[in-house]
Design a protein around this ligand. Structure first.
Ligand SMILES: Nc1ncnc2c1ncn2[C@@H]1O[C@H](COP(=O)(O)OP(=O)(O)O)[C@@H](O)[C@H]1O
Ligand SMILES: [Mg+2]
Length: 464
């Protein structure tokens, strides 16, 4: 049951009446809490409660999300919203950046709908959704590309898909999607993607310019004219995405990447971290079943801790446990505490933690690999300074190693800027898999001088 709300000011006219109607709808739905509604509506509890506050008319997407979360008919509520707005009510801009209204798509124009569906079970990230919405707002109503970044398996793709689906009503001319991980790692990749997007937007193949600049220009012009959302998933580096970026009044670009893509201008970044304890338990509950998790809450938490609150690990663990209905969570938690092979345990169907972590590890430069082994040995939070001191290397070299680990998706930021942590789960995985990947364990024991030689360190920095 939700908290009691303040009565609506009866002088607030159609806006107050609309808020009153929203409250009635919520009451008829059994008064779900705003937190419960938020997980269905994808807006934060405060945005939803504000919608029924009666102070101002909510935006149409918020009003529809509220109605949907309480089982209301979207068409009926859109009609009511338009009536309330027509009554001369002061309105908030429809989106944080002020689209006039959710206009219908142009008739006769192709309307691509390329977004894959995301996972059904979704938890948390409310603050990040609000952050991403705020990040979209540029100068003079332009829309800024938003980069969703964070370590491997943290939920970047899932978040970006959810966010893009949440925005589809505001971008009626369609959704474009490209998984950049499946593309060649050279500069033909963005141009090929642009060609595909132009076709999807209705440009006949013989009218796609051969010249790179013209092709990019046509794509950007179309984004300026149409209202589309573009999701570029798993971007590796800046050159892979730069030609695809545009600042447009009408279209929104969302990028996911392990890398911070610090070379890009004019973008905003949202960083995802591990789930909170409550969110991890919520996810396990969705995957395993509320009863089982409620009955053994402490064991559930121990399993979540083992997973480092990493959504990918939690998802695999949850599905695995769900497939073993007879086993007690405390027995599973006990086994994990005794030590398991992480690569074998966190694997189900065709998904596996090792399959995403090990390629990220193997792509690291030698010094970064060494630092990872050092951190896997149980180091605390690190900063470039603590690392430089521990390894007797220059701060610049330490920064380089840390940047490689962060942008490779193997370190995550702790609350304070500049302090980073490696999930013990990832450390365990890489250490256990060392032999399989011919990782030299004895490197850890090397004397610093030998290590410097082994990694190509020179006094001025090091040669990579
Ligand atoms: N917020 C979330 N709620 C529930 N499950 C999630 C969430 N974020 C991620 N997941 C799950 O974790 C797995 C990894 O997420 P994904 O988005 O692929 O990570 P990334 O793109 O950062 O590598 C997905 O299969 C998804 O099911
Ligand atoms: Mg991804």
């Amino acid at each position: 049951m939700g908290r009691r709300e303040k009565p609506i000011d009866t002088r607030s006219g159609p806006v107050g009446a609309f808020a009153g109607d929203l409250r009635k709808l919520r009451a008829a739905a059994g008064n779900p809490s705003y937190r419960q509604m938020a997980s269905a509506a994808l807006y934060s509890p405060s945005v939803l409660s504000d919608a029924a506050g009666g102070h101002r008319l909510p935006t149409l997407p918020v009003a529809l999300a509220f109605a949907r979360a309480c089982g209301g008919d979207p068409q009926e509520w859109e009609q009511r919203w338009r009536e309330a707005r027509g009554g001369g009510a002061p309105t908030e801009p429809l989106t944080p950046i002020g689209v006039d209204e959710m206009a219908a798509a142009e008739p006769g124009q192709p309307r691509p709908a390329q977004l894959p569906i995301g996972p059904h079970d979704f938890v948390g990230r409310m603050a990040e959704f609000d952050g991403a919405r705020a990040a979209m707002v540029g100068i003079a109503d332009s829309r800024v590309p938003v980069i969703v970044r964070g370590p491997v398996g943290i939920g970047k793709t899932t978040f970006a898909l959810r966010f893009a689906h949440q925005l589809t009503a505001e971008f009626p001319d369609g959704q474009l999607f490209a998984d950049m991980a499946t593309r060649r790692a050279d500069d033909t990749a963005p141009l090929e993607v642009i060609t595909g997007f132009l076709h999807a937007l209705g440009v006949p193949p013989d009218q796609v310019p051969d010249d790179d600049m013209h092709r990019i220009g046509l794509y950007r012009s179309m984004l300026a004219e149409r209202r589309v959302i573009v999701l570029l998933d798993n971007v590796k580096d800046e050159p892979q995405v730069r030609p695809l970026l545009a600042r447009s009044l009408n279209s929104q670009i969302v990028v996911t990447s392990r890398s911070r893509l610090l070379g890009l201008d004019g973008v905003r970044r949202i960083t995802l971290g591990p789930l909170s304890r409550v969110e991890s338990i919520d996810l396990l509950r969705l995957l395993i079943g509320s009863d089982r998790v409620r009955a053994e809450h402490a064991a559930g938490l121990r399993i979540a801790e083992f997973c480092g609150h990493l959504p990918l690990a939690l998802t695999i663990a949850g599905r695995k446990i769900a497939a073993q209905p007879g086993r007690r969570l405390s027995e599973i938690a006990g086994r994990l505490a005794d030590g398991v092979n992480v690569s074998n345990w966190l694997r189900i169907g065709d998904i596996s933690l090792a399959d995403v972590v090990l390629p990220a590890y193997l792509a690291l430069p030698p010094l970064a690999k060494h630092v990872l082994h050092m951190l896997a040995g149980g180091a605390d939070e690190v900063t470039p300074t603590t690392l430089a001191r521990a390894l007797h290397i220059s701060i610049e070299s330490a920064e380089y190693a840390m940047d490689s680990l962060i942008d490779g998706g193997l370190l995550h930021r702790v609350s304070t800027p500049d302090r980073y942590l490696m999930s013990p789960l990832i450390g365990q995985l890489v250490t256990q898999e060392a032999d399989r990947f011919a990782i030299r364990r004895d490197q850890d024991q090397l004397h610093t001088d030998q290590l410097r030689a082994a990694i190509g360190f020179t006094e001025g920095g090091f040669t990579h």
